[in-house]
Every structure is written in structure tokens, then in C-alpha cells.
Design a protein around this ligand. Structure first.
Ligand code: ZN
Length: 104
């Protein structure tokens, strides 16, 4: 396999290259994997259930607001986690050209 930019055969997998870098290397930041997005599904579930609880107790509008807020938060967080997984998979599959520093 050759680099598509400069046709160099000097290619390495990005994740292996990054893991082999010394801790003080400035390249660690440049080629680091995407920042992890933690799943907050439990918080979203608790908020949704709390909202339903408030709704049942009589404060319908407030409960609805909290429940919908919990669901929206859960959906946004879920989308963030999915995006992170995709980015991490891309990062793990990326290859680095050691001649021109191109990623592909
Ligand atoms: Zn290259």
C-alpha cells in the first residue's frame, strides 16, 4: 500500500503509531483519538421518570416539561455517543504516512 498523496510506502496505522509515541511527544496531542463522550442514559432516564412522577402528582405542565427535557437530553447525549463511536472507529482505521504526515 502506498500513500495516496506522496506515493511513499512508509505507512503506519495511526492508532499503533500514537500508542508507540513517548508520553512527552508533542505529536500525542496532534494525533490523539477523539475525546470520549460518556453515556448519560441513566441521568436521562431518571429525569424522565421524575418528570412522569411530578406529572402524576398533579403538576402536569411542570412534570411534562421535566419528562420531555429528560428525553431530549437523552436523545442529544445518545447522538453524541454515537458520533464519538464513529469518530473513534475512523481514528482506529486511519493510516498515517510517515513521509508527508498525511492521514487517510
Ligand atoms: Zn505521504
Amino acid at each position: 500500500m502506498l500513500c495516496p498523496t506522496c506515493s511513499s510506502p512508509n505507512i503506519q496505522k495511526l492508532d499503533l503509531f500514537w500508542k508507540a509515541l513517548p508520553a512527552e511527544s508533542p505529536l500525542r496531542g496532534k494525533y490523539a483519538p477523539p475525546a470520549e463522550v460518556a453515556s448519560q442514559a441513566l441521568i436521562a432516564l431518571v429525569a424522565t421518570l421524575a418528570g412522569i412522577g411530578v406529572m402524576v402528582s398533579g403538576a402536569v405542565l411542570l412534570g411534562l416539561l421535566v419528562a420531555v427535557g429528560g428525553m431530549v437530553f437523552g436523545a442529544v447525549n445518545h447522538a453524541g455517543v454515537e458520533r464519538y463511536r464513529g469518530e473513534l472507529a475512523d481514528w482506529a482505521a486511519a493510516k498515517l504516512c510517515l513521509a508527508c504526515e498525511g492521514l487517510f
